[in-house]
Write a protein that binds this ligand. Structure first.
Ligand code: SAM
Length: 274
């Protein structure tokens, strides 16, 4: 996979040399190219921002440097392996939420181009213009506002890179993750343990030492339900009841959840109110 990042803070992307992403780069699984937007700013001060039309606080990133930078990045891919329709990933708090599903979708594309902004964002015409040539995804990493899009790029690249074939040591590692597609898709992953079996008088749950795969799987699923009901009740509310077995339903009832008339689950108090 090829990844290009255009930014006014190339040094902010240094962590892409470390750990999992860094190793994937060294192994040639990931071709990451970071570009300094100011290389395409032509005045004495390398200006990349200007005041907003219509007034208001803050500055807006000018379209000309972004246009030249993106043209140069796109030209560098012509005829190459990444000569496929790239995805332009635009980090913005007003984008669609970044999810595991979107990470999977992006991991299947050969070329991603990121445009982390600063100030109040990029002149809209840039996104509209490249939207005619590229697949654009405006993506938010959460309901909060950061000073710039570089940290979101680090988040998105790491989530995508670990899904690429051969990047994780054990290909199964992400199978049971929270949000991984499959039987546990609506559940968060439960707690995990390692050696020693007793630490500061705290024992590892006995079932994990039993070697009984069926019981371990059941325990993990129960713990996933406990954690999801506590931390993300919204996931239980939208979970497909067809994916629940008798044991799941019994556990949910013990945790204070009931099946509502529409077949979905709700907390007992809510169900009574309705
Ligand atoms: N005025 C913008 C708004 O309210 O939508 C916020 C601009 S923010 C100060 C500057 C840049 O940081 C954004 O253009 C984007 O690149 C990045 N950014 C900030 N928060 C983000 C988030 N939650 N997800 C993705 N990118 C974000």
């Amino acid at each position: 996979m090829r990844i290009d990042v255009v930014t006014i803070f190339p040094e902010y992307l240094e962590p892409l040399n470390v750990s999992l992403v860094g190793k994937a780069r060294q192994r040639g699984q990931l071709d990451v190219r970071v570009h300094d937007l100011r290389d395409w700013a032509h005045d004495k001060h390398n200006t990349v921002d200007d005041t907003p039309y219509g007034g208001g606080p803050g500055m807006v990133m000018k379209p000309e440097p972004w246009g030249e930078a993106l043209d140069a990045v796109l030209e560098s891919g012509e005829g190459g392996e990444s000569d496929a329709r790239p995805v332009l990933v635009v980090p913005t708090p007003s984008g669609v939420p970044f999810t595991q599903e979107l990470a999977v979708e992006l991991s299947e594309r050969p070329w991603l181009i990121f445009t982390p902004a600063r100030y109040e964002g990029i002149d809209r015409r840039v996104i509209d213009a490249y939207g005619e040539r590229l697949d654009v995804r405006e993506v938010s990493i959460g309901d909060y506002v950061l000073a710039g899009g570089e940290a979101p790029v680090l988040v998105i690249v790491e989530a995508v890179a670990r899904l690429l074939p051969g990047v994780l040591g054990n290909a199964e590692s992400h199978r049971d993750d929270s949000f991984a597609p499959g039987a546990m898709a609506d559940l968060l992953e439960g707690p995990v343990y390692t050696k020693p079996p007793v630490w500061r008088d705290r024992e590892v749950p006995e079932v994990l030492l039993s070697g009984h795969h069926g019981k371990v799987a059941r325990w993990r699923r129960d713990e996933a339900f406990r954690r999801t009901t506590a931390n993300r009740p919204d996931l239980i509310e939208r979970c497909d009841p067809a994916t629940l077995d008798k044991h799941d339903r019994k556990l949910l009832a013990e945790l204070g959840w009931v099946e509502r008339a529409d077949g979905r689950f709700g907390r007992v108090a809510q169900a009574v109110e309705e």
